[in-house]
Design a protein around this ligand. Structure first.
Ligand SMILES: [Zn+2]
Length: 186
């Protein structure tokens, strides 16, 4: 873990390379931008929780980021390859409402299920696409850097696993469209 150059305490997650390179934690980055643009981030919850499609409690860390072009709020689940949600607001937006938008997005996101697990008569498990739609997030697959990992229903699927599920749609058309993390995919 690389420590922040300013507070020497928290983990550096942002690298600035203006004049000289500087590694900053999220908090110090926000403070720096805040001083530059004169907008303050209001206190907001550090964690959120939501109940998913199976009734399982999911815990999210809230990460606010202040940029000269707006406020970016992320809810990142506290497990590897879990759910992640994000919203974006103007600098002058109502920050309480922005947090509410994030909470709504998390709740909606975890309540919808796209993949079901079935079982063959011999007990072997298989996954299939529930309806005719999948929404997920493209992530990096450490085990197989040449193909992406897709996180669906808060679980990671390799490109090959997704391919197996897609096989049942042979003969269908497919539309692949990619959305920014803050977009609302309905
Ligand atoms: Zn720091």
């Amino acid at each position: 873990m690389k420590k922040c150059d300013r507070c020497q305490n928290r983990e550096a997650t942002i690298v600035l390379s203006d004049v000289k390179q500087e590694h900053l934690c999220n908090l110090c980055f926000n403070e720096m931008v805040s001083d530059e643009i004169g907008v303050r981030l209001e206190p907001m919850p550090e964690e959120l929780e939501a109940t998913d499609y199976l009734g399982t409690r999911r815990i999210f860390k809230v990460r606010p980021q202040l940029y000269p072009n707006g406020i970016f709020l992320e809810a990142i689940e506290d497990i590897a390859y879990g759910y992640e949600f994000a919203v974006h607001g103007e600098l002058v937006c109502n920050q309480t409402k922005l947090v509410e938008r994030l909470i709504d997005k998390v709740k909606r996101g975890v309540s919808t299920r796209f993949i079901k697990v079935g079982e063959f008569p011999n007990g072997q498990k298989y996954q299939s696409i529930l309806d005719d739609e999948v929404v997920g997030r493209i992530d990096y697959d450490e085990m197989s850097p040449s193909s992406p990992m897709v996180v669906i229903d808060g679980k990671p699927y390799t490109w090959e696993q997704l391919g197996k599920m897609v096989k049942s749609f042979e003969g269908f058309q497919v539309q692949m469209k990619f959305f920014d993390k803050t977009a609302d995919v309905e």
